[in-house]
Ligand binder design. Structure first.
Ligand SMILES: Cc1cc2nc3c(=O)[nH]c(=O)nc-3n(C[C@H](O)[C@H](O)[C@H](O)COP(=O)(O)O)c2cc1C
Length: 405
C-alpha cells in the first residue's frame, strides 16, 4: 500500500471511529466504497475509473504495471486522454429524442453500439477466466470482440464462448509459415476480419512496466520469462502457437515489413483485412491504395511510440486521408461517452476500448466487463441526447469544435 493510501486509510478510520460518525460507518460503506474509496461490488461503480482503482488494488503489481504502462515517459499515454479536452461538444436543442438508434454497420454486420473490445494480450494475467469472461460479456451485451494473437485462450474457445464470430488481431511474426498458420486458424474459426497490427515495428520501451516488476515478489517463471533470448518459449505456451515450431521466430513484427506485406497477406486471406496502428494521413492513403478494407487509428494505447500525440488528433488526419472510402475505427484513451461522441463527430465509425474492460475483468470478471460496457453505452446515449442527435449517422463534424482554432 502506498504512503498516500495508508494515510487516507488512517484518516478515514479515525473519522469513522470518532463518536459523531461512528454510527455512520456502515452507512458510508453501503454507499459503495470501502475505507480506501474503492468499490467492492459492480453496482457501486459510477464511472469506469471506479474499476481502474479496483483493478489496481486486486492485481499483482507487475500485472497492473503491464496493463498501465505506456512507453518511455508515457507521454503518448497521457496525450491520449488530454487530447479530448481540445474538442468541445456543440449541441443542438429542441429535437424529438423519443427514439435513439446507436447502431452501426461494420462490413455488413450491425452492432447495437459503435463501442468494441480491442485486442488485449494475456487476459488470464488479469482474471482466471480471461478472454472467456470477456467473450461472455461481449455476448450478453452484444459487442464486437477482437482477439489478440497473444491471447491466453484460443480463437476456437473464445469464438465458442462468444457464440458468434470474433475478429482476429494479427502479429504476423517474422517467420512466414507461422503467419500463414495463424491466419488459417483464424479463417477456420470463422473470423470475418483480421486486424494487422503495425505499430510495434522496431519495438517499444515500456519503462513503467519494467519499474513495476521489482515491487512484485512472486516467482513468475511458471507462466513466462519475457526475457530474450528465451522469450519465444513464452510464445510457444500461448494457445495460438500450440503445435507450431516457433524457434525460428525472433520478433512479433517483421522488422522489414512494408506495404508489400499487405499484398502477401491479401494473397492468402480471403476475408476483410484492416490495419491497426495508422496515425498519419499519408499512411491512411497508402493503406486504402493497397486495398485494405478499413483503418484502425491507434497508437496501441500509448504503448508504441512516445510521440506525445493523441489518438483523437491522429483520427482527424486519417479521416481526411481515407476520404470515406473505407471505415475508420479508432482507439486510445476512450473513457467517457463524450469521448466516443467526439470521435464519431470527427469521422470514426467505431471506437475501441482496451484498458477499461480489463479493469472491469480484473476486478469483477464477466460482470465487471458487462458493467464497463453498460456505463459507456449509457454515457454515449446521454451525450447523443444532450447533443440532439438521434442516430450515429446524425453525429457530424457540426457537433464538435476544435478549441485550438
Ligand atoms: C495490456 C495491453 C495489452 C495489449 N495487447 C495488444 C495486442 O496483443 N495486440 C494489439 O494489437 N494491441 C494490444 N493492445 C492495444 C489495444 O488493442 C488498444 O490499442 C489500446 O489498449 C487502446 O487504448 P486504451 O487502453 O487507452 O483504451 C494492448 C493494450 C494493453 C493495455
Amino acid at each position: 500500500m502506498t504512503i498516500e493510501r495508508q494515510t487516507r486509510r488512517r484518516v478515514l478510520q479515525s473519522i469513522l471511529a470518532g463518536p459523531a460518525l461512528a454510527a455512520l460507518g456502515p452507512t458510508v460503506r453501503a454507499f459503495g466504497q470501502d475505507a480506501d474509496g474503492i468499490i467492492t461490488a459492480v453496482d457501486q461503480a459510477l464511472d469506469i475509473f471506479d474499476f481502474e482503482r479496483a483493478a489496481r488494488r486486486i492485481l499483482p503489481p507487475a500485472h497492473f504495471g503491464y496493463l498501465a504502462t505506456g512507453v518511455d515517459g508515457d507521454e503518448t499515454l497521457h496525450a491520449n486522454r488530454a487530447g479530448f479536452a481540445n474538442y468541445s461538444l456543440r449541441v443542438r436543442r429542441m429535437v424529438d429524442l423519443s427514439k435513439i438508434d446507436m447502431s452501426v454497420n461494420l462490413f455488413g454486420t450491425t452492432w447495437e453500439t459503435p463501442i468494441f473490445l480491442d485486442p488485449v494480450g494475456s487476459q488470464r494475467a488479469f482474471h482466471a477466466e480471461g478472454e472467456l469472461a470477456v467473450a461472455r460479456a461481449a455476448k450478453s451485451k452484444q459487442h464486437l470482440q477482437v482477439l489478440s494473437t497473444v491471447a491466453s485462450t484460443s480463437v476456437e474457445d473464445v469464438t465458442a464462448a462468444r457464440g458468434a464470430p470474433i475478429w482476429y488481431q494479427l502479429y504476423p511474426t517474422d517467420h512466414w509459415p507461422i503467419t500463414q498458420a495463424l491466419m488459417r486458424r483464424a479463417e477456420a474459426a470463422g473470423c470475418p476480419v483480421i486486424a494487422l497490427t503495425v505499430d510495434l515495428q522496431g519495438g517499444s520501451n515500456r519503462v513503467t512496466a519494467a519499474r513495476s516488476i521489482p515491487g512484485d515478489p512472486r516467482d513468475c517463471t511458471q507462466c513466462h520469462t519475457s526475457k530474450p533470448p528465451r522469450w519465444f518459449e513464452d510464445m510457444a505456451r500461448k494457445p495460438m502457437f500450440r503445435g507450431l515450431d516457433v524457434s525460428a521466430v525472433t520478433d512479433m513484427t517483421p522488422i522489414s515489413m512494408n506495404w508489400d506485406y499487405i499484398r502477401r497477406l491479401r494473397d492468402i486471406w480471403p476475408r476483410k483485412l484492416i490495419i491497426k496502428g495508422i496515425v498519419a494521413r499519408e499512411d491512411a492513403e497508402l493503406a486504402v491504395d493497397h486495398g485494405v478494407d478499413g483503418v484502425l487509428v491507434s497508437n496501441h494505447g500509448g504503448r508504441a511510440e512516445d510521440s506525445g500525440r493523441a489518438s483523437i488528433d491522429s483520427l482527424v488526419e486519417v479521416v481526411a486521408g481515407v476520404r470515406g472510402r473505407v471505415p475508420v475505427l479508432v482507439d486510445g484513451g476512450f473513457r467517457r461517452g463524450t469521448d466516443v461522441f467526439k470521435a464519431l463527430a470527427l469521422g470514426a465509425t467505431a471506437v475501441g476500448i482496451g484498458r477499461p474492460y480489463i479493469w472491469g475483468l480484473a476486478s469483477f470478471g464477466q460482470e465487471g466487463v458487462e458493467k464497463v460496457l453498460e456505463i459507456l453505452r449509457g454515457e454515449l446515449l446521454i451525450a447523443m441526447q444532450q447533443a440532439g442527435t438521434r442516430s450515429i449517422t446524425e453525429i457530424s463534424r457540426l457537433f464538435v469544435v476544435d478549441r485550438r482554432r
